[in-house]
Design a protein around this ligand. Sequence first.
Ligand code: GAL
Length: 853
Amino acid sequence: MPVSWIGILLVAGLASIGSCSAAAVEYDANAVIINGQRKIILSGSIHYPRSTVEMWSDLIQKAKAGGIDAIETYIFWNAHEPRRREYNFAGNLDFVQFFQKVQEAGLYGILRIGPYACAEWNYGGFPVWLHNIPGIKFRTDNEIFKNEMQTFTTKIVNMAKEAKLFASQGGPVILAQIENEYGNVMGSYGEAGKSYVKWCAQMAVAQNIGVPWIMCQQSDAPSPVINTCNGFYCDTFTPNNPTSPKMWTENWTGWFKKWGQKDPHRTAEDLAFAVARFFQYGGVLQNYYMYHGGTNFGRTSGGPFITTSYDYDAPLDEYGNLNQPKWGHLKNLHAALKLGENVLTNSTVKSTKYSDGWAELTTYTSNINGERFCFLSNTKMDDLDVDLQQDGKYFVPAWSVSILQGCNKEIHSTAKVNVQTSLIVKKLHENDKPQKLSWVWAAEPIKTPLHGRGRFKASQLIEQKAATNDETDYLWYMTRDDSKKIFHPHCHSMQYRVDNNKTASQNMTLRVKYSGQFLHAFVNGKEIGSQHDYGFTFEKPVLLKPGTNVISLLSVTVGLQNYGEFFDEGPEGIAGGPVELVDSSNTTTNLSTNEWSYKVGLIGEGRGRRFYDPTSGRAKWISGKLRVGRAMTWYKTTFQAPSGTEPVVVDLQGMGKGHAWVNGNSLGRFWPTETADPNGCDGKCDYRGKYKDSKCLSNCGNPTQRWYHVPRSFLNNGSNTLILFDEIGGNPSDVSFQITATETICGNAYEGSTLELSCNSEQRIISGIQYASFGDPQGSCGSFQKGSIEASSSLSAVEKACIGKDSCSINVSKTTFGVKDSFGVDNNRLAVQAVCTGYNENDEENHTQKKEN
Ligand code: GAL
């Protein structure tokens, strides 16, 4: 008997008001049951604020084309409630519209309300005002927190109900999540943590949404809430209730990136292996985290130090391009799994081991008609041959799962990639000439802070979030030694002036205990140094002059912590310090309770910290000689949008660290000078063996992030404005706008199959075949070589089929290549390497004709 969801009784009532018919979402251990239909669900995460409204449909369609059934997203509390009870659901925060598009595409939705998200999102999704409420304790049995969490959860649920988003109302949402991976940190919260989990479940269930609630990584999830698994592999996971389906809410398709780190890569083979293993071991629902990672626009990246790109090496890249072969290989896997859906969701299971236990055959036999469906896995690092007697002999590559329809026909091998590999490049559009950008600049007015004058004062070093409400990355802490309040520890409470009686300058050390990410220190108007890390002690020699000395410290956040027990309580900024002056005899003067003056944000950030108008203060744009390599500088230019419709990026090579805006839209933080470690990219990437985020790295020694996404919807046809703020000094002379395009594509296919090649854009065509060989070609994409035999018409046949088209398919057969039956080897194969080029719009007719032929 399937488990009926608690709110299912509501279904009939809610259905009568819905435009689409209500669906009952039920489940048992072997299936999610939607309107009586037993299903396995393949889902993918796309976070709505990490792209633009204009991108949503395309992303969702590409997910659908990739064989995805459901789209999953968190809800991001701090984006929706930036100030207490002031809500924002506009633009790409319109989660209702996002789910409506999911439904229009015929897909299901999974709503992870949290409202704690983690997600490499600033402060894990918590608003900073929440932290600033006196007496609050996050994620535990604290009335103030629970009230706020309930208020927000109810707000989201009510909005979803009003828009009839739940399946029980005819909408797409089949599951909702409360909290997020609390089980990972719960131990640190003691008994209060346990009662908090119970409260979360009760509070969620009482929302009566008519579809099941889930909690991830929560082995004590109170029934009826279903606990689910997150990780690179979840095959061995079992839910805490025998009637719950085995669900995997986060299958990490790659990994996120921090400033200074290399590019992560999880191979298509290993990802497919993990998915197939999960279904081999009774999985019911699997979600890719991320299916499209996207971009951390504005100041939404968490961390600290998470990059602006949240590409994640996901099946759809940051810009929405197909990440091939990952996207296509998973698509093939999904198609194979769906062929087994009826059997998998209602069957008896048996397992048999082969090859000393390294190979395992899992046989699902349908309880209805006896039909069989098998998974044959090999967890060894070596290939195996497995003899299934009357069901055939199988070559099972190392670290792979073969899916056998009817248990005797291989329909997929996770280690055999039969789809194209695409090399996506950033380049000037073929129709565009290089633009020589002309720049104006403005210096951020810092004289006032350098003179120690801020907006408010306190005799303590204030925690940064408390001072800024996190409305800006920037906080100035300033003090002057003529304040007469300098505290000297050796003289206990005696107060005295540091240097007033001195007649000569004195060498001292300025020491700052720092809990933020980036600190710039100035003494008497001169920068004495800057440093960045995960909290550190800053120490620099300073020459103090007789009389008044001014110390100005600019603390910069690079995303707030998003994960860990009590992560929300970690101090930011100089937060209590101490800030000290140490003289040559090691005598320390503690300045922490000195009178400190504060200034929140930059002048150029303007009102409401919208970050794009440096002239809102006293600064003026200057068009003379360009100021380069100087900290705290604003730059402005105008530019034409690149031709075509492909995704646009701005190359910020040459810039230091700061923030970028196009036509007032934030592109996020930039930091091209922060490079990845030069070592550790050996070019080798073995898909075999357990993936971890230190495997298969690339981009050593290069800027962690050089290109920044400029969504097409930020651009207009005429003139566009780019504003850059550089905090550490840079040179915009090499900044340029480019498109991202599939340039080189490679394919491989065996005789008897079809090779599909695509430039992944209607605006690009296959303009040349660099290599084509039917026979026994050797090597791989980028280094194919002729083998011992090759059909002489290889190149001409492929050219005929593909040149001038945006996609083509070739039957890999002897007939296609006009060779005799006796030609070649047993296993002839076609390897192709082709080039895609943007076609000139004048050639439109020509192109269309070729396509039609
Ligand atoms: C999980 C978390 C996600 C995300 C992921 C790493 O632990 O639930 O929100 O942070 O790790 O990308």
